[in-house]
Structures are given as structure tokens and as C-alpha cells.
Design a protein around this ligand. Sequence first.
Ligand SMILES: [Cu+2]
Length: 315
Amino acid sequence: MPGWHQRSGKADVHPDDPTPRPSTKSLRAARAALLAGAVALLAAGCASDREGFLDSDVSTGFMPSEAGVTDQTGRIINLWNGSWIAALIVGVITWGLIIWCMAAYRRRKTDTGLPVQLRYHLPLEMMYTILPLFMIGVLFFYTARDQAIITAEDGEIDQTIEVVGKRWAWDFNYVDADVYETSQQVGDPGSTTQEELPTLFLPVDETIRLELQSRDVAHSFWVPAFLYKEDMIPGRQNAYVFTPQREGTYAGKCAELCGEYHSEMLFKVEVVSRERFDEEMDALQERGQTGLLPVDLGRSDNFERSLDEGSGSEG
Ligand SMILES: [Cu+2]
């Protein structure tokens, strides 16, 4: 291969072929420029995607949330940022040692033969066994501690709401108010408007217990701004206990690939004042949506219009 062994910055010219070729250096520079451009484009795309979301910057670890959105988001952001800081410290030390080794033990002109071969160096081997175990132990300690606090289900509950996932929509049973909201898959991918989305109302500063269930296949309840998701598994009830602390509208979605219209399985969460929450409950009552929808309803049983027109039963 022409120029295979040559590592100079100059253009490689094969003795039989006078055409100059771009040097490895300029190729590398071009590749780096392309990569930088792609990263910049991607970052710009992500930035515009985040419009309407909460501020996400380095202080929140670029998470779409802030401390104080729920009683858990501050703790989760701290765990996330702490893990990154720990990883970066380890990374800087490791990169420093690598670069130092490359410089200090580089092959010098006077060197001959192989360098000293080091093996079965017990202190060294113990060090690189014990040190990673210690690092994993620290990460495990903080993760297990925070997870236990976040998933704790004890304490007083102000509102219990059953959330039922179904292909590809959501039902909400407000257990304490004895009313329900139901929804159906609203349209083809991309055609769903914000107004059409089912809305889960939550009273601010009250402890909520969401009982998560599925009517057909595995789904996952996810509100990105709450930094939490929980699986919804047929025949099983999972719970998510938390206190929303900031009024506002938050996007929710299914986070478990559940079929053809999974990407349209969206909803909204509105965290509202107690007065507004009561008004919404009254409105559901006035619409006649009293009682709770049983979880064993078929997917289309409570639809007026079914996805596959005509085949869905009514009522
Ligand atoms: Cu789903």
C-alpha cells in the first residue's frame, strides 16, 4: 500500500504515481470538522426540541426538569449530577495517568530491545481490583439509598388515582372523587393535537398515589419532567407515589414499545390548585362519567369510536 509506513504530515507520493494524495493529517482534520458540524447541528436540533420544556442546563444535568417540580426531582437530579461528577473525576485521573505513561515511558532513541516486562505485580493487581469495587460500591450506596426513598409507598396519601394503559390511550379513575376520564387512540402518527390528548389532573402539593395497570400489553407510564417512569404490566398493579409541587402542564407518554401506535400513546398532566381540581372532578361528574372503569374492560369496550371502525362494541 502506498504510504502505508509513512506517518509524515506531508502528502504521500508513491514513486510510480506522482499524484499527491491528501495527507492523513488533513484527512483527519476534515473528518473532525465534519463531526463537529454534525454535533453542532444535532445540538441545535435538540435545543429547539426543548422549547416549552423546563430550563435544562448543566445545573440540572440537561434533564428536562428542575428541583421542586415534584418532591423527588431535586433528589434525582442530585444523584444524576453526582454520578457524572464522580465519573468525570475518575476519568480525568485515568486520562492523566494514560497520557503521563505515554510521555514518561515513551521509546527513546537510545532504547534497545523490549522494555522491562511487568507481570504478577501483586500490589498493582490488588489496587485495580479493590479500587473499582470501591467506586461501584459508592455509586451503589447512593443509588440504593435514593431509590429506597423515591419508591417508598408509606406515608399518608391524599389522592389515589388508577391509571390504566391500553393500546393506545389512557383511562384515569379518580378513586376518591369516584369519577373517570377515558380516551381513545386519537389519530395517525403525527396528527395528534395537544387539545385531543387525555389529561390527568393532579392537585398541587398533595401526595398522589397512582395505581398503574394495563388492559392489554406492557406499557410504561412516563412524565419526563417528573424524572420517573414505571412499567404497567397486565395482571399486576404498580404504584407511583409522589407530590407534585409546581402548577403547570407536563407532557406524558408511554415508554414501552406497545405496538403500531405506541408513539401516539400520549397524555398531558395538569398540576392545578385544589379548587381547579374539584371543578374538573365536578365536570366529569356532570358528563356522567361516574364510577370507576374496571381494568378488565376490553380495549374498545368504552369507545364510541374504535380504531378499526365498526368492529368496536359500544357502551
Ligand atoms: Cu403503550
